[in-house]
Design a protein around this ligand. Structure first.
Ligand SMILES: NC(=O)C1=CN([C@@H]2O[C@H](COP(=O)(O)OP(=O)(O)OC[C@H]3O[C@@H](n4cnc5c(N)ncnc54)[C@H](OP(=O)(O)O)[C@@H]3O)[C@@H](O)[C@H]2O)C=CC1
Ligand SMILES: O=CCS(=O)(=O)O
Length: 240
């Protein structure tokens, strides 16, 4: 059977890059988007359109999806993975940091959902996987704004799931705990980064991106009539 188009945002590193490799191994044509075009091109995956897109640019995001559909047919799976984590305390954090997190983690994710949902509903098929976080289920030190974005992602995912369930379209969330990626590197407080690294060491290491990639493939490859709504996945030794 012909494999269908999978779109992955934030595929230039970490979890997104790992998912790109896994879905490509499954034989899917891909649209990979991120700002670092070199990184996604360097994955060198077959049947893959790589586009330099800032997901907060709705027009550019839509246009990349249209181009991929012209080449590979309808989007059967959209993975909204692009995200930023700028840890800090509300009393002292630069508001530009939380604005950026809400723009990328929440508003761009909604843009992505809107770009593909109408067509998926009309076809009575399709899957959207939103990458939320364990920080979308509970609070963590220095995570107030980030948790706000991920609680929003989880809430939007569940709400839209109900809205489109009757059409046969699946909406899923994956909520990872700490994963070894570049994510922490954008936080501006060295003290917070050091504390987070010490926490990771204290649990003997964390998940690797492929742990999440395998999870996404497992969820997606269930029959269309089966929707694994929400998966929380953490290192066994992660306590909170
Ligand atoms: N690592 C972890 O511990 C956890 C991560 N997550 C979530 O997983 C997702 C992936 O993060 P992870 O792999 O860890 O981190 P990385 O920093 O390695 O990857 C983040 C990805 O998002 C992309 N991105 C960021 N901003 C934009 C933008 N404006 N437009 C397009 N792409 C963008 C980056 O690409 P580029 O810079 O090239 O644009 C990059 O590919 C995020 O949503 C994160 O919140 C959830 C729980 C745990
Ligand atoms: O999303 C990030 C993972 S954690 O910091 O909440 O564990």
């Amino acid at each position: 059977m012909k494999k269908t188009l999978v779109v992955i945002t934030g595929a230039s590193s970490g979890i997104g890059a790992a998912m790109a490799k896994r879905f490509s191994e499954e034989g899917h044509p891909l649209l990979l988007v991120a700002r670092r075009l070199n990184n996604i091109q360097a994955l060198n995956l077959p049947n893959t359109l790589c586009r330099e897109v800032d997901v907060t640019d709705r027009v550019a995001f839509d246009s990349a999806i249209k181009d991929a559909q012209a080449q590979y047919g309808p989007v059967d799976c959209l993975i909204n993975n692009a995200g930023v984590m700028l840890l800090g305390q509300i009393e002292s954090q630069d508001p530009a940091e939380w604005r950026k997190m809400f723009d990328v983690n929440v508003l761009a994710l909604m843009n992505g959902m809107q770009a593909v949902l109408e067509d998926m509903k009309a076809r009575h098929s399709g899957t959207i996987i939103n990458i939320s976080s364990i920080a979308g289920k509970k609070s963590f030190a220095n995570h107030a704004a980030y948790c706000g974005t991920k609680f929003a992602v989880s809430a939007i995912t569940e709400n839209v799931r109900e809205e489109v369930a009757d059409s046969g379209v699946r909406i899923m969330a994956i909520c990872p705990g700490a994963v070894e990626t570049e994510l922490l590197g954008h936080t501006t407080s060295k003290e917070i980064i050091d504390g987070y690294e010490a926490w990771k060491t204290s649990m003997g290491g964390v998940l690797v991106p492929d742990d999440i990639a395998r999870t996404a493939v497992f969820m997606y490859t269930q029959p269309q009539g089966v929707n694994i709504r929400d998966v929380a996945i953490t290192a066994t030794r992660q306590q909170p």
